[in-house]
Design a protein around this ligand. Structure first.
Ligand code: ZN
Length: 390
């Protein structure tokens, strides 16, 4: 069996492209559109199709010709993925005709994926001299059917992009859903190939695209975006660059603390329906406020409260990301020579918090979302706590 990819060039609507991925009886169509014309060749479909083929241990056939550099890189990418996930990502044959490098149009720019958070502002401000476009993808973090959140995000990001003086390219794709239906894990396998897909689709406009890293060097684990993997999805026309490994979040904020556009528009929390800003009370907001404090920039960010309420932090549910960020903050306090015994103690309490105490906070958080269900979980938790103490 082979994964057959059929790319339908959109001759009338250059801002859209689609491809059908067929494997046995299963046939699913990926549709991607943008606010600018897109490359209509098969090359941008190589990374996302290859992942499906590797997951199912079948060869993949791409129509027409595919950029020779992208094909060579994809071969290396297969090695990386197969080393990380020997059972779930197998090495497979790629059936495609290598295309000679085309002469790319002159004057193309440099893009950076942009969600308005710490990582994107860091990479954007760091390379602002070079960056000509920012890129937002609906269907990446934000579910395709959540139009309300997508619209609020687009509005906020357009404002941020305008303040930075760079146009925002807006993209929409259902690739994440299609990958999920082919059994790919979004975090571990899939999301890097979506970024590669979009990067290569933007070849008519961009010669290089930055992918802001969420990890610090030394803490890297196998993950769908990774400095060892992302550049391998490049083509002869577009360089894909994984950026920002050198800095922890507090160090990233310190680097852009004097940039007004960044400090006026930083958004880390998108679930606040009351207004367009961060809620200032969830774990993601609190960790960022702590980052800002450590960066010596307290009071400079217009979209978050200046003071961190450590009592609230003590009573906020910590998911694994929250615990990791508490560890990172403790470490970066030392590195940056920032002394604050109360904050340090609060970070240690968050890291050492007993499992059940944390789960009770989780139940309380859910309570605000679904009262009846949560009353049940809360009661169960209290009962467990009671028996645990006895
Ligand atoms: Zn929040």
């Amino acid at each position: 069996m082979s994964l057959e990819v059929t790319v339908t060039p959109h001759t009338r609507d250059e801002n859209s492209t689609s491809a059908q991925l067929s494997l046995g009886k299963k046939s699913l169509t990926v549709e991607t559109s943008a606010s600018v014309p897109l490359d209509q060749s098969a090359t941008p479909w190589l990374a996302p199709a290859l992942l499906v083929a590797m997951r199912h241990d079948v060869s993949v056939t791409l129509p027409g010709s595919v950029d020779a550099t992208a094909l060579e890189g994809a071969d290396q990418a297969q090695k990386v993925l197969n080393t990380w996930y020997p059972q779930r990502m197998r090495r497979v044959e790629v059936d495609a005709t290598p295309a000679e490098p085309e002469t790319a149009p002159d004057g193309r720019g440099v893009g950076c994926f942009f969600s308005g958070g710490v990582d994107s502002f860091y990479s954007t401000v760091k390379h602002l001299d070079e960056i000509t476009h920012l890129i937002f993808i609906h269907g990446f973090d934000i579910a395709l059917d959540n139009e309300d959140l997508a619209e609020r995000s687009r509005r906020a990001l357009r404002e941020a992009a305008r303040d930075l003086g760079r146009p925002l390219i807006e993209v929409r794709t259902n690739l994440r859903q299609v990958h999920a239906r082919f059994g790919l894990d979004w975090e571990a396998h899939s999301h890097g190939s979506l970024l590669a897909h979009v990067s290569l689709l933007l070849a008519p406009h961009l010669r290089k695209v930055y992918l802001p890293s969420s990890f610090v060097a030394g803490e890297l684990v196998p993950y769908a975006t990774h400095p060892d993997l992302d550049p391998l999805w490049s083509s002869s026309r577009v360089d894909i660059v994984h950026d920002g490994l050198e800095a922890a979040r507090a160090q990233k904020i310190a680097a852009f603390a004097d940039n007004e556009a960044a400090m006026n528009n930083l958004r880390v929390c998108w679930y606040n329906k009351d207004n367009d800003y961060n809620c200032g009370r969830c774990e993601k907001c609190l960790r960022t406020m702590i980052n800002i404090k450590i960066a010596g920039a307290a009071g400079k960010c217009r979209t978050l409260p200046a003071e961190v309420d450590l009592d609230l932090y003590d009573h906020t549910y910590m998911n694994s990301g929250g615990v990791e960020s508490a560890k990172e903050n403790l470490n970066v306090m030392k590195v940056m020579g920032y002394e604050d015994p109360e904050l340090e103690a609060a970070l240690r309490r968050a890291i050492d918090r007993p499992w059940l105490a944390n789960e009770l906070l989780h139940a309380r958080k859910l309570a605000s979302l679904a009262p009846e269900f949560v009353k049940f979980v809360w009661k169960q938790g209290r009962a467990q706590l009671g028996s645990g103490r006895g």
